[in-house]
Design a protein around this ligand. Structure first.
Ligand SMILES: Cc1cc2nc3c(=O)[nH]c(=O)nc-3n(C[C@H](O)[C@H](O)[C@H](O)COP(=O)(O)O)c2cc1C
Length: 251
């Protein structure tokens, strides 16, 4: 843990010296054929389902964004079987100052809008401090303790979702512990889990492996990692990169 802290501190110093503009450009990761096939299998399955949806999210999108005109018919989802679950904090954060909406949340909302998913904001019963430094201290303690902070609310009818996008920031080289609380609270058997995360230099930091280890009966795909500052600016290039990634997955 000490090693990770040192690496992170060095990384932060580096970024302090180089950070400028709206962050590193986001680029769509390449998608493996079997990952695309896994998504397609679940999307096809959804065509046979009814449109009954139990929404679980206060932050659910209005769905006003128009789908791109060229979107192929077969890629359209009615949203009944896709969930975007994400952890994200507003307040003071590294490299972006004090923000009104978390970096990961910005990406989560875009994905939910684009694929027509329900969404669930993973929030802890005890909120994290708004101060970046205090938040870092609490997060580090939780990680050292391998704790499972209680999460507010729950996803009703988790069984209706075949595809779960899981969004989170990197905290101390890992997912926030509350994300473990969340994923360990449900049966993910036979679900396709698609991670996405924001970070300030650590990339996905081995979290795809951690998620798969925690959810051995789910199929965890490779995801997309975006610098937090880039996500916060969310310019058209970032939007396009996320859209390209979703296209690659077959949405
Ligand atoms: C407690 C804490 C720990 C962090 N640890 C890391 C880290 O290890 N590696 C990294 O690249 N960024 C780290 N960051 C930066 C966040 O990953 C980044 O700001 C992210 O975009 C925050 O997402 P959010 O606004 O959705 O919460 C950390 C930030 C916080 C608050």
């Amino acid at each position: 843990m000490k090693k990770i802290s040192l690496i992170f501190s060095a990384l932060m110093l580096c970024l302090t010296m180089t950070a400028c503009g709206s962050g590193e450009p986001a680029s769509a990761p390449s998608v493996a054929e079997n990952d695309k096939a896994a998504v397609q299998g679940k999307l096809n399955k959804s065509e046979n389902k009814t449109e009954t949806v139990a929404s679980t999210d206060d932050d659910k999108q209005s769905g006003t964004t128009e789908a791109p005109a060229e979107k192929p018919e077969e890629h359209t989802s009615d949203g009944t079987n896709i969930l975007v679950a994400y952890f994200s904090c507003d307040g003071e954060n590294y490299n972006v100052g004090t923000i009104e909406k978390g970096n990961t949340q910005i990406i989560a909302e875009y994905i939910a809008d684009e694929v027509g998913a329900d969404s669930f904001h993973i929030e802890t019963v005890t909120p994290y401090p708004a101060s970046y430094q205090e938040c870092c201290d609490v997060a580090k303690q939780e990680q050292n303790d391998n704790s499972r902070p209680a999460v507010k609310g729950s996803v009703e009818n988790m069984e209706q979702y075949d595809i779960v996008f899981l969004g989170y920031p990197i905290w101390w080289g890992d997912m926030p512990m509350a994300v473990y609380t969340f994923i360990e609270s449900y049966d993910f058997s036979d679900k396709v889990v698609i991670p996405f995360n924001t970070h300030e230099g650590s990339g996905e930091s081995g979290t795809y492996y951690s998620i798969q280890s925690a959810l051995p009966n789910a199929q965890v795909l490779d995801g997309m990692a975006i610098q937090g500052k880039t996500a916060q600016a969310f310019n058209s290039d970032t939007q396009q990169a996320v859209r390209d990634w979703l296209d690659g997955l077959g949405f």
